[in-house]
Design a protein around this ligand. Structure first.
Ligand code: F6P
Length: 364
């Protein structure tokens, strides 16, 4: 009997369940494979008692269109950041990766499939270097992994953001207002850029292009005649003005890996006011709505392709790699290559040309 353990780590993402289902369905076509799932990323293995569940065809039936992940996820804890309470009551984090690898071997697990974004794949690479048989699957709504054309979940987030712009356009136009909508993406502007093009926004502000507030005001003003007009601005959460810093808060969750971005839409609104923008303005933060609900068909298909490929790599003992989509092929890259550099919007990207071609202002 061979055992494959699925782990879903980092922020959840539409399509996770479709990957899980595809792995289980493909595994069921082979003799003697058992698929297991660790609850809340690696924390399920690390906990005592362990929290590991059997994933068979019955368990995964019909989950392909469900959002979230049936085995849950977290971006706190993990083998390299395990929270431990100290004698004085405060918390610290320790590296218990060696212990975890021994436990995985003791449990008779032959291979781990880690479905996650850049942070999770960094963990995959570090565990692979320590001798664990591991395969990565690229997940994130941010689409910030450069070793694949698309991560699953991204298209769904873009659709949700676009529908939100569509809704804000009608209220902005009715009230002669400026609407600022903040979308996710961490350090990348892919969700913002796609939603701005698809939703017809006039201004799109992204982390890759620090903006000049005066250029933003000039574009806003150009859209109003005798007080009448409206503007929709899509801003990515990691964006900052020239010389400024991203807006967010340090998480108080012990072992939480990220700086929590959020609030840049309100900051921009205040900065616009301070810089003399007198139009009526409102800010909206789309937040986790972008990660919830059913995945689009596109993401379900991509997730199914990733799941089947991941299992076939396990079958061939093709470890230390991440599944990747390079149109039209589903292929793989080494984990080392997968985490080398993020996928950020470049000024000469085809979508940037399109965006500028339809008159979108980037504040530069
Ligand atoms: O990486 C996915 C993502 O949704 C980012 O776009 C966002 O900054 C972050 O996760 C939010 O994390 P959390 O769910 O921990 O608030």
């Amino acid at each position: 009997m061979k055992r494959l353990l699925i782990v879903t780590g980092g922020g959840d993402c539409p399509g996770l369940n479709a990957v899980i289902r595809a792995i289980v369905k493909r595994a069921s076509q082979e003799k003697d494979w058992e698929v297991l799932g660790s609850i809340e990323a690696f924390n399920g293995i690390l906990r005592e008692p362990t929290e590991i569940v059997v994933l068979d065809e019955k368990v995964v039936a019909g989950i392909h269109y469900q959002g979230g992940t049936i085995i849950q996820t977290t971006n706190s804890g993990g083998p390299f950041n395990w929270p431990v309470k100290q004698h004085d009551g405060s918390w610290t984090t320790v590296d218990i990766s060696d212990e975890m690898i021994r436990k995985i071997q003791y449990l008779g697990i032959d291979v781990v499939v880690n479905i996650g974004g850049d942070g999770s794949q960094r963990i995959s690479q570090a565990l692979y270097e320590k001798g664990l048989n591991i395969i990565g699957v690229p997940k994130t709504i941010d689409n910030d992994l450069s070793a694949t054309d698309f991560t699953f979940g991204f298209q769904t987030a873009v659709q949700i953001a676009t529908e939100a712009v569509d809704k804000l356009v009608t209220t902005a136009a009715s009230h002669n207002r400026v609407f600022i909508m903040e979308v996710m993406g961490r350090d990348s502007g892919w969700i913002a850029l796609n939603a701005a093009i698809a939703g017809g926004a006039e201004i799109c502000l992204i982390p890759e292009i620090p903006y000049d507030i005066q250029k933003v005001i000039d574009r806003i003003n150009s859209r109003f005649v005798k007080g009448r007009g409206f503007v929709n601005i899509v801003i990515a959460e990691g964006t900052h003005p020239i010389g400024g810093e991203p807006v967010g808060t340090k998480s108080e969750n012990i072992g939480y890996r990220n700086f929590r971005l959020g609030g840049v839409a309100f900051k921009l609104l205040e900065d616009l006011k301070l810089a003399g923008c007198t139009h009526e303005m409102r800010a909206t933060v789309l937040g986790h709505l972008q990660r919830g609900g059913v995945p689009l068909a596109y993401d379900r298909v991509l997730a199914a392709q990733y799941g089947v490929k991941a299992f076939e790599m396990a079958l061939n003992e093709d470890y230390g790699k991440m599944v990747s989509y390079r149109h039209p092929e589903i292929t793989s890259v080494t984990l080392k290559e997968a985490v080398q550099k993020p996928n950020l919007v470049t000024l000469d990207h085809a979508l940037m040309k399109t965006a500028r071609g339809i008159g979108i202002c980037f504040g530069d």
